[in-house]
Ligand binder design. Sequence first.
Ligand code: SF4
Length: 211
Amino acid sequence: MPRTRTGGGRKNNFYMSRPVRFNVHTVPADTKNSISMVDMPEGHTGDGFFATKFSDAVGLARKNSMWPLPFATSCCGIEFMATMASHYDLGRFGAERLGFTPRQCDLLMVMGTIAKKMGPILKEVYLQMAEPRWVMAVGACASSGGIFDSYSVLQGIDQIIPVDVYVPGCPPRPEGILDGFMRIQDLVGEESFRRRNGEQYQELMQSYGIK
Ligand code: SF4
């Protein structure tokens, strides 16, 4: 199709030379085999009943409904955007609801270079999250300072807050972030109710100056 120009060049009308095509794929009619279900926890089954531990049932619900808080400061955050987008789709793991207020979230995902000046803010965000909370250090910078071995960069966020899972890479691919997320799910699903009140956990918190 031709391109027309009117009104001295500022008012242009461009016609597309070909129609826009969207990614429309036919959805298979067989939904029965395309829906995956989570595994049942261990327990006892009988006629019309299933019994399991309360903590296993809570763990199952928690690990499949995580609310991540993305604390993204640089390039690793872009990989996270890809992880959330349709191709990789973190929502498949029950974590599509990102929260940008710490009080509603249970998984802090730190992605990017954290300057020492930013350290107290990151810690404040962590403190505002309610227990139980988990932390993922995504990428080399958050895990260890990465290539920035300099006076201004925190050499790993575990200097200021406890970390549950580290994801290596500079940046990690979305597959790596998904794998780290699944490791978090394993921890969440298997955590006992008493862990947060236990001596070991209290000592860990005290070592970070957190009461
Ligand atoms: S680990 Fe690499 S990609 Fe990620 S924030 Fe640091 S420099 Fe950027």
